[in-house]
Design a protein around this ligand. Structure first.
Ligand code: APR
Length: 248
């Protein structure tokens, strides 16, 4: 493993344009459960019943009660872990440019990354389902379910539900970042949800080196990863960081 870590660190040191794609796994060490696998959210909650856009439009109260409230509470208290901090340090060192994240927890920004594409939106903001007005989640009393806008409409989280499109601007930029980077760090994603899972393939086919960090192999491991670091995000970033002189 030490050799692989050294190899990954050297690849990062020699790269000129590093990007990262992150998923729920990077926030596990911050106390936020992943979606799939043991202890995952979708083990307890049926995503089609609570995370599909049709469920939200048909019965927003039911969705707010079960899924969103539970997650909003977690997101409010969670803090960045060593993996988020390591990526922020990589940006400060001028090595990492953009983080494409599937997470809605805002922890990359909290850690200090400034160019974060929130591919699946964010829980930090709400949007009125009637008039489209946006409002910070922190400014709304979530003990009243469903939260309502001044216009009387119901607020929804400003994230992407199943059955919804990724905003074209985010998709375009992510594809561009992926095709322009010469190294992509893929951290804590099961790489099963499209189109996010396409980004490492785009990077790979444009000649980038792919470094994957995950305790479990994913479809990407065989297909695209040049270096697979099997382990937890925070631990692996710390070990890479020793070679890169990162101070998390
Ligand atoms: N460090 C790194 N990776 C981890 C850790 C950890 N400590 N713990 C778990 N993982 C890995 C798991 O092995 C798994 O591969 O994180 C991954 C989490 O996978 P998912 O739960 O599927 O998360 P993600 O890939 O982000 O899901 C994509 O699916 O339901 C939707 O919209 C939701 O954005 C989400 C999307």
């Amino acid at each position: 493993m030490e050799n692989l870590i050294k190899k990954a660190a050297n690849a990062i040191l020699t790269a000129e344009n590093v990007a990262a794609l992150t998923g729920a796994g990077i926030s596990v060490e911050s106390g936020i459960p992943p979606f799939r696998g043991k202890g995952g959210v979708w083990e307890r909650i049926d995503p089609m019943e609570y995370a599909h856009i049709d469920a939200l439009t048909q019965d927003p109260v039911k969705v707010w009660k079960v899924l969103i409230k539970e997650m909003a509470a977690l997101v409010g208290i969670a803090q960045p872990n060593d993996a988020h901090k390591g990526l922020a340090q990589l940006e400060r060192q001028g090595r990492l440019k953009t983080v494409i994240t599937q997470n809605v927890d805002g922890l990359h920004q909290k850690a200090g990354n400034t160019d974060v594409i929130e591919f699946h939106g964010t829980f930090a903001w709400l949007r009125c389902m009637q008039c489209d007005k946006r409002c910070e989640t922190g400014a709304i009393d979530l003990s009243v379910i469903p939260p309502r806008c001044e216009c009387g409409g119901i607020y929804r989280p400003d994230c992407i539900f199943f059955g919804e499109m990724i905003p074209p601007r985010d998709l375009r930029r992510s594809s561009q970042v992926s095709s322009e980077c010469d190294l992509m760090l893929v951290i804590g994603t099961s790489a099963t949800v499209q189109p996010a899972a396409l980004m490492p393939l785009t990077a790979k086919s444009s000649g980038a080196v792919i470094i994957e960090i995950n305790p479990e192999p994913t479809p990407l491991t065989e297909q695209a990863s040049d270096i697979f670091l099997q382990g937890k995000a925070g631990d692996m970033m710390n070990r890479i960081g020793k070679f890169l002189k990162l101070e998390v």
